[in-house]
Design a protein around this ligand. Sequence first.
Ligand code: NAD
Length: 475
Amino acid sequence: MATQYKNLINGQMVENGEWLDVVNPANEEVIGQVPACGKAELDQAVAAARAAFKTWKKVPIEERRAALNAMADAIAENHEELYRLLTAEQGKPHAQAMGEIGAAPAIIRAQAGLSLEDEINEDSDKRLSRTRRVPVGVVAGIVPWNFPVLMAVQKIAPALLSGCTIVLKPSPFTPLTTLRIAELIADKVPPGTVNVITGEDSLGPLMTGHPDVDKITFTGSTATGKKIMEGASHDLKRITLELGGNDASIVLPDADPKKVAEQLFWSSFTNAGQICVAAKRIYIHEDIYDELSQAIADYAKTVVVGDGAQQGTGVGPIQNKKQFDRVCELIQDAKDHGYKFLVGGEVDPSGSGYYVPITILDNPPEDARIVAEEQFGPVMPLMKFSTEAEVIERANNSDYGLAGAVWTSNPDKGVEIAEQLETGTVWVNEFLHLSPLSPFGGHKKSGFGVEYGEEGLKEFTYTQVITVKRDKVPA
Ligand code: NAD
């Protein structure tokens, strides 16, 4: 029988006798079961978080920091078990799972070091006015399946540091590593401060609509983000939404094809392309298009697609059947339109596992579905451009505004173009680098608010201005 993983509610690992199966996307075998929760369990978790909030909000920040650092230590001490479990449920190759599990404690520790100091608004003979930050209360965290552990800790850490308590819901596709972490940290934090409950997608709207939840912090698709915003409006809950992206990479004519080919490849294909900030549209200047597209294609042919638990795998399976079908549909659409494939495009439906071959398209039109939509799979359209003004317009021609990149041997030129892109993050000669100390968030339909850094921490707080009248009589 598959291992059963329990939920964390009020400091206890609990189950309700109803179970959901969790499947390994590399072979479609059931590798674990998690509780199928509904309103009753959510009510218990929210009540525990509410009760814990009464005392946690008064705990000195040094103690809250110590609890976070203890959580980070517990994750770091169990690195190997956790990364193997993450590969088994998520599909990413071991090296990338090690990266995610290794980054989790680093993110917690970095965020634990943040603080929000009081600000003096007025210090005069008439009054002393200061702004302080107070925690919003009970937070509901809802996370997706592509980086289940990172997304969980980047919500838990600032919530707890600010003095909030949290009820976290992992994706039904990838709850196992998060529940194992919940078990490891259960005795590192007071009961009720961190609760982790699992269920189908239908548990999400119950959280959004719960009258005793004060804030929703969500990472996932733009479509779900809109529903959350709507659901949260009834109680005017605070919201932070990290949503989808269709990031453009722009390669200028002075970029060295030999130097950038491999990096461009991984900016699209890390985690089988299932990254909100993956490069999903690559614009290459016509002067170097042929040489660079060939170099990327040559490199792509050296990368192995397979089970992430096998040594040598560079690109794992798609995480779940629904996403696999969607990526296959986009590839089929490209075929139906007669677009040219440089690499891949042939999905083998026989055998088990959700494998899509590395697929690179040669200059499809701007309105191709595979260009205009977020693919979220191992698919990379390369497109030719002639002028800077044209490529900036094409890059910005999207409802999304998450991130982007510019590749050039002239960093000043890179920055000049970066400043014209309508996205929350832009890299020059780099990709996928996010810092827990810098605000991360999307423009347009890629999000609402930010995570990380002081700006992200502020989203778990209200401002409170305290003004004291002074009656100093002028001498
Ligand atoms: P999703 O929106 O389908 O699901 C995300 C989470 O929301 C899951 O836990 C799901 O159970 C829950 N959910 C589903 N319906 C809900 C509802 N009506 N109300 C409340 N919760 C609900 O997203 P996904 O397919 O798991 O993840 C892929 C998407 O996430 C992509 O669009 C990707 O770009 C985006 N993403 C964004 C970021 C970012 O930081 N901006 C990071 C990672 C992924």
